[in-house]
Design a protein around this ligand. Structure first.
Ligand code: SF4
Ligand code: SF4
Length: 439
C-alpha cells in the first residue's frame, strides 16, 4: 500500500499544505538541497544502488514484510530522491505525503546505516526532508506544539518559570519527609554537578526528580539545579527541523551552566536530549568541544556505583532485559557502560536479540511518538518486530534509560499485551540503594 492510500489526517498538515504553491515549494527545496545540505546529500544520492539491503534493518519494513514503501530506500525514494529528480517541482499533496513519511514512518534511529554496504544514513536524509517540511510549515500538529512551546517558554511543555520552581520545591518537600537533610539547591554557583532534566519530568514524572535528589543526597554530591530558562535540555526543534530554535535552546542550556560556573552537567535519563548536545545542536552552533563538560546519567550512575558513593546491599532479583536507546548507544557508544550499570544492580539479566548497536528502535526517540495520537496506530503497527523481540526475552521488566523509549515501549507492551513493565535506572538505584540518612 502506498503512502497516498494510507494518508492520515492531521490538522496542521492539512492547513499548511493548503497554503503552498509549486513556486514556494521549489524555492524551499532548492534552499536545502542546493544550499544547506552540501556535498553529503549529493554523495548519498549518487552512491545509493537501490540494492534494498537496508530493508532488513528498519523496524517499519520488518513489521510490514514485503511492502517496499516502508524500507529505508523506499522512504528516500518517495521523498528526497523524488525532490532531487524533480528539482523540487512537486505538488502540495506530495509534500503532505512526504511529511507523513518523514515525521511518522522514520524515527531517524540510524539502524539502517549498519546494513547499507556504502553507509548511507537514511536518518540524515529524512532529517533534511523534515527540515524542508519545517521551512514550508508542514509539520504534524502535536510535535509542532512542543516546538512552539520551546520558542515561547524555552521548554517543551509550556511550563511557566514559577511552576518549574514550585515543582522542585514540592519534590524537595516530599523527599525531606524521608531524608530530613535533603535539599534541591537552586542556582548554586560553582557546584560540581548541574543536574538537568527534560520538561516532562516536572509535568508528569516528578518522582524522577525526587529520586534523583535522593541519589545525589545519599552520594554526597555537590550539586545544583537551574532555576531559570535553559533548565529543559530536551529539543523537539531538532526533531521538527527548526534548527535555528534548536541552536537557541542548546545555547541557553550551556550559557546557564556557564553562568553558574558548574564543573559539569549531568543529563537525566533521556536519549534525544543527549543527541541534541553531542550530535546536532553542538554542530549547528559550531562547537568543536562542549563549552561545559556533559555526561549522560548512565555514565554518572556508573561513577557513583563503581566508586562506592552509592552502595547496593542486594541486587534486583527478578529477570530483567536491557533496551538500548538508539540515541545513547548506537549514536554515542554507551552500550557497555549501560550493561555494567545494569549488572551492578540486577542479578538476572537476559539480553534482547538484537542488542547494542543493532538495537531495534522503540519508535519514539526520533520524534515519531511526539506526532501524537493521529499516528499512534502507524507507530505500534510499525513496531511489531520490537514486540516479538521483547516477548522472546520472557522477562517482566525492561530497563531503558530514556524517557521517549519508555513511552514507545509502554505503547508496544500495552498494544501487544506483553504484560511487561519498564524501569529507569534511577528507579532501580532508588529502590535498591543503602539509605543511611532515611527516616
Ligand atoms: S542498502 Fe544503501 S545502497 Fe542499498 S538501497 Fe539501501 S541505502 Fe541504497
Ligand atoms: S526508522 Fe531507523 S532503520 Fe528505519 S529508515 Fe528510519 S533511520 Fe533507518
Amino acid at each position: 500500500m502506498g503512502i497516498a492510500e494510507r494518508k492520515i489526517e492531521d490538522a496542521n498538515l492539512l492547513k499548511a499544505v493548503a497554503a503552498l504553491t509549486p513556486d514556494k515549494i521549489q524555492q524551499v527545496v532548492r534552499s536545502v538541497t542546493k544550499g544547506e545540505a552540501g556535498a553529503r546529500l549529493a554523495v548519498y544520492h549518487e552512491t545509493c544502488m537501490r540494492c534494498g539491503m537496508c530493508a532488513e534493518a528498519c523496524h517499519f519494513s520488518l513489521s510490514h514484510k514485503g511492502d517496499p514503501t516502508y524500507t529505508p530506500v523506499g522512504k528516500m525514494e518517495q521523498t528526497m530522491w523524488r525532490l532531487l529528480r524533480t528539482d523540487g517541482r512537486v505538488t502540495p499533496d506530495e509534500i503532505y505525503n512526504m511529511a507523513q513519511i518523514a515525521f511518522t514512518e522514520c524515527n531517524m534511529c540510524k539502524r539502517c546505516v549498519h546494513f547499507c554496504p556504502v553507509g548511507i544514513d537514511t536518518g540524515y536524509i529524512i532529517s533534511l526532508v523534515r527540515r524542508i517540511c519545517h521551512l514550508l510549515g508542514v509539520v504534524p500538529m502535536y510535535i509542532l506544539d512542543t516546538a512552539h512551546s520551546h520558542s515561547a517558554t524555552m521548554n517543551q511543555m509550556w511550563v511557566k518559570e514559577d511552576e518549574w520552581i514550585d515543582s522542585l520545591m514540592w519534590q524537595e518537600d516530599e523527599a525531606r519527609d524521608e531524608f530530613p537533610k535533603l535539599r534541591i539547591p537552586l542556582d548554586k554557583e560553582g557546584s560540581d554537578v548541574l543536574y538537568s532534566v527534560i520538561a516532562p519530568e516536572p509535568k508528569f514524572r516528578t518522582q524522577l526528580i525526587y529520586q534523583a535528589a535522593a541519589i545525589m543526597n545519599q552520594a554526597g554530591i555537590d550539586w545544583t539545579m537551574p532555576a531559570g530558562p535553559g533548565w529543559d535540555n530536551s529539543d523537539m526543534c531538532m526533531m521538527t527541523g527548526n534548527l535555528e530554535m534548536m541552536g537557541r535552546l542548546k545555547r541557553a542550556h550551556y550559557e546557564m551552566a556557564q553562568r553558574l560556573r558548574v564543573k559539569r552537567i549531568v543529563m537525566g535519563e533521556c536519549g534525544h536530549a543527549f543527541r541534541s548536545v553531542y550530535d546536532t545542536g553542538n554542530r549547528w552552533l559550531g562547537f568543536k568541544d562542549w563549552p561545559v563538560p556533559i555526561v549522560h546519567s548512565v555514565e554518572f550512575f556508573w561513577e557513583l556505583l563503581t566508586t562506592g558513593k552509592i552502595k547496593i546491599p542486594q541486587k534486583f532479583q527478578k529477570p530483567v532485559t536491557i533496551h538500548d536507546p538508539c540515541n545513547i548507544t548506537r549514536g554515542y557508544g554507551l552500550m557497555e557502560k549501560l550493561r555494567e550499570v545494569v549488572h551492578m544492580l540486577c542479578e538476572n539479566v537476559v539480553e534482547m536479540t538484537p542488542n547494542r548497536e543493532h538495537t531495534i528502535c522503540c519508535c519514539a526517540g526520533g520524534g515519531v511518538i511526539n506526532c501524537g495520537p493521529p499516528f499512534k496506530g502507524t507507530r505500534v503497527a510499525g513496531n511489531k518486530v520490537k514486540a516479538d523481540v521483547l516477548a522472546a526475552t520472557g522477562v517482566e521488566y525492561v530497563i531503558a534509560p530514556c524517557h521517549n523509549c519508555h513511552g514507545g515501549l509502554e505503547d508496544i507492551i500495552s498494544h501487544y499485551k506483553l504484560g511487561m513493565h519498564t524501569k529507569f535506572i534511577g528507579d532501580l538505584i532508588f529502590e535498591l540503594m543503602e539509605k543511611p540518612g532515611a527516616e
